[in-house]
Ligand binder design. Structure first.
Ligand SMILES: Nc1ncnc2c1ncn2[C@@H]1O[C@H](COP(=O)(O)OP(=O)(O)O)[C@@H](O)[C@H]1O
Ligand SMILES: [Mg+2]
Length: 234
């Protein structure tokens, strides 16, 4: 479960201070498929990166499965991220002179690759439909295939949380459909908590949790307000 409590984040840029998040409170239950939606510049990526301990809030608290990310030192955050969070970025972020399977193994390169890990990486690539492409370099793969390598890389550590920032933003709609099919299947199989930033609402289904953000604040929907009210009256 991801718990965000009154999180504010401001950035200093020269003389100006940008208030990217102005007090966000939300809970994403374990195993949910959640979306963060909203206009460009509204704070979506900022919120996602804070959930992944890539940065820390100016104030407020974020806990993931009971672990307080905001109480960690930077070194602790690095280890936490490495072991617990899978990231998928819009631009795939693969290393161009490594093969697909080597890219999947990136999180383990500093610690050494065992035959078990090697086999797991190949298995994950097979699961995302790239079993026949394990030795291809990124330039030999389409955009959709590169993003599938990035999904396998995010999953190799079996993270309880996977965070994706506009994962289909650079893909044509057919490849985008394929990416969501894979994400949904893997999420259902592994009970991963999956948080996806997008401005494409086409991929949202009625059972998903939708966090709508605008100007650094969450918009509360009518139905939720009524729900919160009726809960408060119990
Ligand atoms: N590292 C940064 N330094 C300064 N300003 C930033 C930085 N990151 C984001 N911002 C600003 O914070 C606001 C929210 O950005 P972001 O979270 O990236 O929005 P979104 O992902 O919804 O497009 C924007 O005004 C953006 O310019
Ligand atoms: Mg963004």
């Amino acid at each position: 479960m991801i718990d965000v409590a009154d999180v504010k984040k401001s950035y200093r840029s020269g003389e100006r201070t940008v208030e990217a998040l102005r007090g966000v409170t939300c809970t994403i239950p374990k195993g949910r498929f959640a979306f963060i939606v909203g206009p460009s510049g509204s704070g979506k990526s900022t919120l996602l990166y804070l959930m992944g301990a890539l940065d820390r809030p100016t104030s407020g608290q974020i806990t993931v499965s009971g672990t307080d990310l905001t109480a960690m030192t930077e070194a602790e955050q690095n280890v936490y991220r490495r072991d617990h969070i899978g990231f998928i970025f819009q631009a795939f972020n693969l290393i161009s002179n490594l093969s697909a399977v080597e890219n999947v193994l990136i999180p383990y390169l500093p610690r050494g690759i065992t035959p078990e890990l090697q086999a797991r990486a190949v298995e994950l690539l097979t699961q995302v439909g790239l079993g026949g492409r394990v030795d291809h370099r990124p330039y030999q793969l389409s955009g959709g295939e590169q993003q599938r390598v990035a999904i396998a890389r995010a999953l190799i550590k079996n993270p309880e949380v996977v965070l994706a920032d506009e994962p289909t933003g650079e893909l044509d709609s057919k490849s985008g459909d394929e990416i969501y099919r894979i994400l949904r299947r893997l999420q259902a199989e592994r009970q991963t908590t999956l948080v996806v930033v997008t401005h494409d609402r086409r991929f949202i289904t009625p059972s998903d949790l939708v966090l709508e953000i605008q100007d650094g604040l969450l918009k509360v929907h009518e139905s939720e307000r009524e729900h919160n009210l009726s809960e408060a009256q119990v």
